[in-house]
Design a binder for this molecule. Structure first.
Ligand SMILES: C[S@@+](CC[C@H](N)C(=O)[O-])C[C@H]1O[C@@H](n2cnc3c(N)ncnc32)[C@H](O)[C@@H]1O
Length: 224
């Protein structure tokens, strides 16, 4: 993998630029804002409000720096539900890169330190981050991912379809859809005609939700 550089985004938080793909890990309009809006507010918070679930299984496609995991851990810290978080990541980042993201400034100090302490363990096996939160980072390519678990929420955070179309085709989306429980929610930062058609054909109902800064709309899909 080529060396990746940090880039400052519009909300003052950093992202990584992947030169091989030609894209950043997050929105240039604000990495943290995007994470909180797309995955926490429109995904996790919505799901908890709708279901009152006390146990939530989250599957992330493209774990990367773990920004979405950190925002999840920060959101749940003063609530009572438990989270089993599994991240799929084909190309895990070194701990030193994670430590340099500056995401410590966006979450509670304990959330940050327990993440750094458990990151490498989570790449080997399920890490008990605290009594209500466990993390597993599955070092695998999306299409090789297998699990006996079914998930309540999918955070779909692949690079954009123009750069990695193979992550957004019917085969890839169908592979992920198999791991979603009925009533489970799939959220992603983008929305296109192809994505809507694919998700409908995979048995999901489709909603256009307001997008993060820089994007008018995003997709939330619920498995029927
Ligand atoms: C848009 S970035 C995700 C950003 C991440 N959620 C974060 O907060 O840092 C896309 C991620 O997908 C990973 N990736 C790319 N191709 C993949 C594949 N075929 N299978 C699994 N992960 C892949 C990349 O390494 C990268 O970490």
């Amino acid at each position: 993998m080529k060396k990746m550089d940090f880039v400052l985004t519009a909300d003052g938080s950093k992202t990584l630029y992947n030169a091989e793909i030609g894209e950043c890990y997050h929105s240039k309009h604000g990495a943290v804002q995007e994470s909180r809006h797309v995955f926490i507010k429109t995904g996790l918070e919505y799901y908890i409000q709708q279901t009152g679930a006390l146990d939530v299984a989250i599957l992330e496609v493209g774990f990367g720096t773990g920004l979405n995991f950190l925002q999840t851990a920060d959101f749940m810290k003063d609530k009572s539900f438990r989270v089993n978080y599994v991240g799929i990541e084909g190309f895990p980042l070194p701990l030193t890169t994670i430590a340099d993201t500056g995401y410590n400034e966006t979450v509670d100090a304990t959330v940050w330190s327990t993440y750094l302490d458990n990151y490498e363990l989570a790449l080997q096996k399920t890490a008990p981050v605290h009594e209500r939160l466990q993390l597993t980072i599955d070092h695998t390519l999306l299409m090789d991912f297998q699990s006996d678990q079914q998930f309540d929420i999918v955070y779909f955070d692949a690079f954009a379809a123009v750069h990695q179309p193979e992550m957004w085709n019917d085969v890839a989306l169908g592979h992920i859809a198999r791991f979603v429980k009925p009533g489970g929610v799939f959220v992603t930062y983008a929305i296109t005609g192809n994505l809507k058609r694919s998700m409908k054909s995979l048995g999901f109902s489709i909603e256009k939700a307001p997008g993060a800064p820089g994007k008018r709309e995003m997709l939330r899909a619920t498995k029927l």
